[in-house]
Design a protein around this ligand. Structure first.
Ligand code: GCU
Length: 397
């Protein structure tokens, strides 16, 4: 016993050292240490055929690539057999931001969105839905993932610009932690007797997407809303979710993944900032378990995040990032956007529109893939909102 203890003590410094090296290696912020890599071609089918038309993309390659990304990254979602329903809890048709006679009035609804067939007896998520009363017809919408309903989005400004606003209280339907496997929508879909998540079953990012899709089911029933012009927006982990939501559910017309980084818009093969390993170590519940196979082995992923962006085609997607957000790898987000362009080209649609990463605060936002890196760090700032509204005006109005 003593001998074992002694041997263990002797090997301790080595373990610590190996651990440090690992940490050092997985937290690279030095462009010179980015490994050489080759990105898988999103247009190359597994059978070796290369897609050259949008029909081939839509009928063959897109479904194949989507399945691959589901299998190894975000996991499969349950099959939806019929709409799950909702309950409109409160309706205020004279809602005002600063109550007063001369202030504009809006319609504000609080909606309980059911996430399973159990209706209100199963997991649900609350959403706030506000639409302008003076609209000429059904309005385009900004749907947004929020950390709580007490969020800081510029709701009034969006409304004044002619958009409706729908906000999800995201973590209510699927907690952002290991308890996602015991509470909330993921656990609710376990089969009787199932006690663990199968390797290709959904994680939180896909589950949050499920919430957004179910809220969209509701929006489709609301005559004040144009269901064909709904954009989805999220920041950081919810930026990853926003991108994946719109990929999986093609009813979303546009996506704004903001500071989404690893597991969002940033290339994994660059191993810059947050790596697959770092994300999976801290947040193993965000993606499916199969993704763990790629910890520090990103080069073996059969796709990279440019493929995920490409799955948005031909719909507009805005990759927004910040100069001081190295953890989210702003250059990796640009390069991923660029590498998604060949798929948009099948539709004759322009992508970012420049070959080198643009300067700080220069928005490349005329094409169907937009990108900017603005002053500042990990947040949604005024600059972002200004660009997002312009972009939505360009493509949703
Ligand atoms: C962590 C995590 C990121 C994530 C961020 C957030 O930093 O590593 O992947 O985007 O949290 O959600 O704020």
């Amino acid at each position: 016993m003593k001998r074992i203890l002694f041997a263990a003590l002797l090997s301790l410094p080595m373990c610590v050292e190996a651990q440090d090296m690992k940490l050092e290696w997985t937290r690279n912020f030095d462009e010179n240490k980015v490994p050489a890599y080759t990105l898988p071609d999103p247009l190359l089918c597994e059978n070796g055929m290369r897609v050259t038309t949008r029909e081939q993309w839509e009928q063959y390659r897109r479904p194949e690539l989507l399945r691959t990304v589901q299998t190894y990254m975000y996991g499969f979602i349950p099959e939806l057999k019929h709409p799950l329903g909702f309950r409109v809890d409160t309706v205020n048709t004279a809602y005002q931001f600063q109550p007063g006679k001369k202030q504009k009035q809006y319609t504000r609804k609080m909606v309980s969105v059911f996430l399973t067939e159990k209706g209100e007896r199963g997991p649900l998520v609350h959403a706030e839905v506000i639409t302008p009363n003076d609209a000429q017809g059904p309005v385009p919408m900004f749907m947004m993932f929020a950390w709580s309903l007490n969020h800081g989005f510029p709701t009034q400004r969006l409304l004044e610009n002619g958009y409706g606003v729908a906000v999800l209280n995201t973590f209510e339907g699927c907690p952002d932690g290991r308890n996602a496997f015991t509470e909330g929508v993921i656990a609710a879909y376990y089969e009787p007797g199932q006690t663990y998540r199968r390797p290709d079953e959904w994680g939180c990012l896909a589950a949050w997407g499920w919430e957004a899709s179910r809220l969209l089911d509701y929006l489709q029933t609301d005559p004040a809303i144009d269901e064909h012009r709904v954009a989805i927006l999220g920041h950081s982990r919810l930026g990853k979710a926003a991108l994946w939501t719109a990929v999986q559910d093609e009813r979303f017309a546009m996506a704004f993944p903001v500071n989404s980084g690893c597991g969002g818009a940033a290339l994994s093969r660059r191993k810059f900032g947050e790596t697959v390993w770092a994300m999976n170590r801290s947040f193993p519940y965000w993606v499916c378990d199969n993704n763990q196979q790629f910890n520090m082995r990103e080069e073996f992923l059969p796709f990279d995040q440019h493929s995920v962006i490409a799955l948005m085609a031909p719909r507009p997607v805005y990759l927004a990032t910040g100069q001081d957000d190295a953890w989210a790898d702003p250059l990796g987000e640009f390069l991923a956007g660029k590498a998604a362009e060949p798929v948009y080209a099948l539709y004759g649609r322009a992508g970012i529109g420049c070959d080198k990463q643009p300067a700080v605060d220069v928005a490349m936002d005329k094409g169907y893939i937009a990108y900017h890196i603005r002053t500042g760090g990990h947040a949604i700032l005024q600059y972002d909102w200004d660009r997002f509204i312009e972009y939505a005006d360009r493509f949703l109005k």
